[in-house]
Design a binder for this molecule. Structure first.
Ligand SMILES: Nc1ncnc2c1ncn2[C@@H]1O[C@H](COP(=O)(O)OP(=O)(O)OP(=O)(O)O)[C@@H](O)[C@H]1O
Length: 457
């Protein structure tokens, strides 16, 4: 059997206890250090960071008051407030043990202990310390992301009236714990909005955990979201918290919620109803305080009426709904977004002098952007990489209109829509050159300008 890569320190004045503890623990843990002399504690703590410290309450010269143990416990915790200390008492004095726990010990054992009891307790404390470490690492990395995302929130680039309700909703909902459902086509910025809500909420210092439900298989759903205990299934080699638990006190962002099967929807609903999770293989429920933000590009309401999405789950997740308009409905945002990405990628590819002229901007505005902001972002990145000149020309953008991709149908009989589409096509065919586009349309430049303004092109 392979050993656990853990470091255990046992401090006790009884040589027999030390010997037995070493015999038992050494079979399971890589490093077991035993020490009889409490005066060596400082030295030992300076040498190594132990996962679990087993500490005697009563050294022979300290009688049975437990004071010596408490003093040593304080010393350990002063050095490392996160140390996991298991107190060992020969007298079963619950009062002293309780005092030690109040001082920060994790648990206590009454001597003489059974082999199994010592091993089980030390292993449980070791697992606890590891899970805490995992969560701390995650929090630390999340804090960096949070800091970066703070920047990103400032940089939700938009000047269009169509996005105003979105900003207002972010502001209003951020202060609350309400569940939020973000709807919008791919690449419209749903994740950016979810992060903005978290970053401007009181939960900002806690985790923002994202789960892409489109990528989670039915078999992994439960352990991914709810976690598992060691041995719950063949590959469960250790205890692992699920995403819900990691997001406790923070925000859980469930992307692509429309992709959940009905069976997974039922499991998610139960968790939301009872506000608690139980790790797979455990029977201990963990209470949850998680703000939930869901997002999808699928028509959830239609799916609910077709019984493909549970109505009761929909009502749980859509306390507040935010609809992100597609980029083609906020043409005013195209230029500032293009300039924003020009700056980012200009810097990234060391081409800071790159510029966009009016003809190119017009071409970008005339395109329908079925992939929304993400497509624009990639188009700018590609153009910067490929262009040899500091001025990005219309030819640097290979924008091919694809049929049936969120664009207005060509068989529309709405006069205004037809006119708007004819103008968009003409500008696109003329590669953004408005004089040529006006000529092709059989109108003067000023008429074209007026119409472009009317249709916000
Ligand atoms: N208003 C905006 N300002 C700046 N960047 C934006 C804006 N909207 C989207 N982006 C950028 O576009 C890309 C796509 O955005 P995001 O991932 O948030 O979209 P999404 O709607 O969640 O996409 P999907 O549905 O595919 O998951 C990201 O790189 C994001 O930073």
């Amino acid at each position: 059997m392979s050993k656990i890569d853990g470091k255990i320190l046992v401090l006790d004045d009884d040589q027999g206890v030390l010997y037995t503890a070493k015999m038992i623990l050494k079979q399971h843990f890589e490093t077991v250090v035993t020490e009889k002399d409490p005066l060596k504690l400082d030295f030992l703590l300076n040498q190594e960071k132990y996962d679990v410290i087993v500490l005697d309450m009563n050294f022979s010269y300290g009688l049975t008051s437990g004071k010596e143990g408490i003093k040593l416990l304080r010393k350990v915790l002063a050095k490392d407030p996160d140390a996991h200390v298991l107190m060992n008492t020969a007298y079963g004095d619950i009062d002293i043990a309780v005092e030690a726990m109040k001082e920060g010990a994790v648990d206590f054992l009454v001597k003489p202990w059974q082999k199994e009891k010592l091993l089980a307790t030390v292993t449980a404390i070791y697992e606890l310390s590891k899970t805490k470490k995992q969560l701390e690492n995650l929090k630390a990395s999340q804090k960096i992301v949070v800091r970066d995302q703070h920047k990103a929130y400032e940089e939700i680039v938009s000047v269009s009236p169509a996005m105003k309700p979105v900003f207002e909703a972010i502001k209003k909902v951020a202060a609350t714990d309400a569940n939020v459902l973000i709807l919008g086509e791919n690449g419209t910025g749903k994740e950016l909005v979810a992060r903005a809500i978290h970053n401007s909420s009181p939960r900002v210092d806690e985790n923002f955990i994202k789960v892409d439900l489109g990528a989670v298989t039915e078999s992994l759903f439960q352990s991914e979201l709810f976690g598992h205990v060691k041995g719950a299934f063949t590959d469960a080699h250790e205890n692992r918290p699920g995403r819900f638990e990691m997001a406790n006190h923070g925000t859980l962002f469930l992307d692509e919620i429309g992709n959940l099967s009905l069976a997974m929807q039922a499991k998610l609903l139960t968790t939301l109803q009872f506000k608690q999770v139980t790790r797979v293989g455990s029977n201990k429920a963990i209470p949850l305080d998680t703000r939930l933000i869901c997002a999808t590009n699928m028509p959830l309401y239609e799916m609910a009426s077709e019984k493909e999405f549970r109505q009761d789950l929909l009502y749980r997740i859509n306390t507040v709904e935010i609809k992100l308009p597609p980029l083609r409905e906020r043409i005013e945002d195209i230029e500032p977004l293009a300039r924003h990405f020009l700056k980012i990628y200009g810097k990234k590819y060391k081409k800071e002098k790159m510029r966009l002229n009016e003809t190119t901007i017009n071409k970008l505005k005339a395109y329908s952007w079925p992939g929304n902001v993400r497509e624009l972002q990639h188009a700018i990145e590609r153009a910067i990489i490929m262009s040899n000149s500091p001025l990005l020309a219309p030819e640097d953008f290979l924008l091919v209109e694809r049929p049936n991709q969120n664009v207005i149908a060509t068989d529309t009989f709405n006069m205004e829509e037809m006119e708007k589409q004819a103008i968009q096509n003409a500008i696109r065919n003329a590669d953004g050159n408005l004089t040529q586009a006006a000529k092709a349309l059989g109108v003067g430049r000023s008429t074209l300008y007026r119409k472009m303004e009317k249709y916000k092109l």
